[in-house]
Design a protein around this ligand. Structure first.
Ligand SMILES: Cc1ncc(COP(=O)(O)O)c(C=O)c1O
Length: 395
């Protein structure tokens, strides 16, 4: 069979299992109210948790950064692409959320995916045993695979199971890797228990806080700050394309860890540095996140989260154990989930269907993502649609 025939067969298999993914095209900035595929909708799909993606101050900072530094970085960080804006961002973010470790330093990346690949492939190798939560994000899974470590997957959030695996592990080098907030469930990892286990077993703990940074903890400093955790064996990854509303990511750890990444992390070394203007805009975003405005946005978001949980309790789909902006409705099979997403769409609401392999088979879901950009009126529309759809006959 030719490659094209194989691909056609693969595509029709994906289609027959209700797994075809379709990109929707936004004509307007990321916001609560958007024009998507030519239709005006209220969006409950973005990770723009604080509603900063189209914030005028960030748009200005991006433009100002481009005027000061140009459109592109022109090279990799080690070959000419490293600018004053990257240095400033790294200093800013290390000061903002590095208090979990002495001598914190940050390293910026163009995406969270790259940051995760870099961290795991550089800190773990053939002699490492890497313990990974079963629901970790794909970028951590890929980083673990690429690292060539012995990867052991522990059941989601299961401290007892992980303790037994660590007890049985004879490797000297051990790395525990977890999402801080799980991206498709919204729950927070049991980080205090994970850190205690790590310390007891001489392991390191890597926390990917893509969905907690900017939202959780004092001034949005993230999930480690929320729990006041501290250890020299912690590595923290935050992303800037979600609550921060821009793009990119940073790894924060003891300065020696970061220097090792600079020397050895292939996804850091062999790629063009992100445009300095982006780093400049992220620094402006950090200032908003840390400000009274950031507090007000987090307070509004928190009230939307609790209201939404109340709405879900009134439906036959109960809320899951999430007190973050991610509020999934677990439906089960792909067809029903797609049919329900289409019903929301017909009501002018974008509530995306999430299917395997993003989530385990049989747990397809609608993922409601809340943002400080949503108004109480937007939530009232969600409530009305939920009321009508939950009494429909799709599920
Ligand atoms: C938990 C988690 N980690 C990492 C990433 C990757 O971040 P980025 O979108 O910046 O590549 C995402 C989502 O995209 C995520 O949900």
């Amino acid at each position: 069979m030719s490659l094209l025939d194989t691909l056609r067969e693969g595509l029709s298999d994906v289609e027959s299992r209700g797994l075809t993914r379709r990109r929707r095209t936004a004509e307007t900035p990321c916001a609560a109210h958007m024009n998507i595929d030519g239709r005006d909708i209220v969006g409950f799909a973005s990770n723009d948790y604080l509603g900063l993606a189209a914030h005028p101050a960030l748009v200005d900072a991006l433009a100002q950064g481009a005027r000061r530094y140009g459109a592109g970085s022109g090279g990799s960080h080690l070959l000419g692409g490293h600018s004053r804006a990257h240095v400033q961002l790294e200093d800013d973010v290390a000061a903002f959320c590095g208090s979990f470790v002495d001598a914190p330093r940050a390293l910026s990346f163009s995406t969270g995916y790259m940051a995760n690949l870099a961290t795991l492939t550089t800190l773990a190798g053939r002699n490492t045993t890497l313990f990974s939560d079963a629901l970790n994000h794909a970028s951590l899974i890929d980083g673990a695979r690429l690292s060539r470590a012995d990867v052991q997957i522990y059941p989601h959030g299961d401290i007892a199971a992980l303790a037994a695996m660590l007890d049985a592990c004879e490797s000297d080098a051990k790395l525990i890797v977890t999402d801080g907030v799980f991206s498709m469930d919204g729950n927070v990892a049991p980080l205090a228990e994970l850190l205690a286990l790590a310390e007891r077993h001489g392991a390191w703990l890597v926390v990917d806080d893509a969905h907690g940074f900017g939202v959780l903890g004092p001034q949005g400093r993230g999930v480690l700050a929320q729990l006041a955790l501290r250890s020299p064996h912690l590595v923290y990854i935050c992303t800037f394309g979600k609550a921060a509303g821009v793009a990119g990511a940073a790894v924060i750890a003891h300065e020696t860890v970061i220097e090792w990444l600079v020397q050895r992390a292939r996804p850091y070394i062999f790629t063009t540095a992100a445009p300095p203007a982006v780093a400049h805009a992220v620094s402006a975003s950090l200032a908003i996140i840390a400000s009274d405005e950031g507090d007000a946005r987090r307070a509004h978001l928190a009230s939307l989260i609790e209201r939404t949980r109340g709405l879900l309790r009134a439906t036959r789909w109960q809320p899951v154990d999430s007190h973050t902006a991610i509020q999934p409705l677990i439906i089960g099979d792909n067809e029903t989930t797609l049919a329900l997403a289409a019903r929301f769409q017909a009501e002018g609401l974008w509530v995306p269907a999430i299917r395997p392999p993003t989530v385990p088979v049989g747990t397809s879901r609608l993922r409601i993502s809340l943002s400080a950009a949503h108004s109480l009126d937007d939530l009232a529309r969600l409530e009305a649609a939920l009321g009508r759809i939950a009494t429909g006959d799709e599920a």
